[in-house]
Design a protein around this ligand. Structure first.
Ligand code: ATP
Ligand code: MG
Length: 176
């Protein structure tokens, strides 16, 4: 890897393949239109870092090593239009470990000197872009047992965005 080229980075929850399969089957059976996100790319962004020097990656990994957050269950139960006509699945309730994870990440990244987007965190999984109008359908609740998060490199390719997992971290089993 070239060390002088900036890397477009983000921390995210990558959608497990069986869940991504179920979500995409549901999406495709309801003809949302627009530009569907590739099944392998379904994710929830926790923190978008934008372009960073490759030399920052080790420090970012150390930062994530120090986070302590419980695993949690996420229920994606709403279909919403977000931003520039992105059709997204969202949770009607954000579990506290998710808020905690994002809070710890954002605080650590700010201390590390990363300038984050000023918009408040809005948990979502983008299903399709450039959607004209959402069909009036009730999404079923997709249950996602979240037990790890990762640091991803985003690259533009002729086939569209390609994400590479640079590292991943387990979330602790919740104490009873
Ligand atoms: P493309 O932009 O090539 O269509 P993409 O949006 O999937 O593909 P990126 O732009 O690299 O790829 O974004 C990676 C992730 O970070 C996506 O989930 C995207 O929504 C999110 N993201 C991008 N920019 C921001 C931002 N300014 N604030 C918060 N999240 C962002
Ligand atoms: Mg983008």
């Amino acid at each position: 890897m070239q060390t002088d080229k900036p890397l477009r980075l983000f921390f995210a929850l990558s959608c497990p393949s069986d869940l991504a399969d179920a979500i995409c089957n549901w999406r495709d059976s309801h003809a949302l239109g627009g530009r569907p996100v590739a099944q392998a790319n379904l994710h929830m962004t926790l923190a978008f870092l934008g372009n960073q020097p490759a030399t920052a990656v080790d420090g970012l990994k150390q930062l994530a090593d120090s986070l302590r957050v419980d695993a949690f269950l996420l229920q994606l139960d709403q279909l919403q239009m977000i931003g520039k006509n992105f059709a997204c699945l969202t949770p009607s309730l954000s579990p506290s470990p998710l808020i905690d994870l994002v809070g710890q990440l954002h605080a650590g990244l700010s201390a590390y000197g990363v300038v984050l987007d000023s918009r408040p965190f809005l948990p979502h999984v983008t299903l399709s872009r450039q959607v004209h109008a959402l069909p009036t359908i009730e999404p079923r609740a997709f249950r996602w047992a979240v037990n790890h998060f990762g640091l991803y490199l985003s690259e533009n390719t002729a086939q569209g965005a390609h994400y590479t997992e640079l590292a991943s971290w387990s979330l602790a089993a919740p104490s009873r």
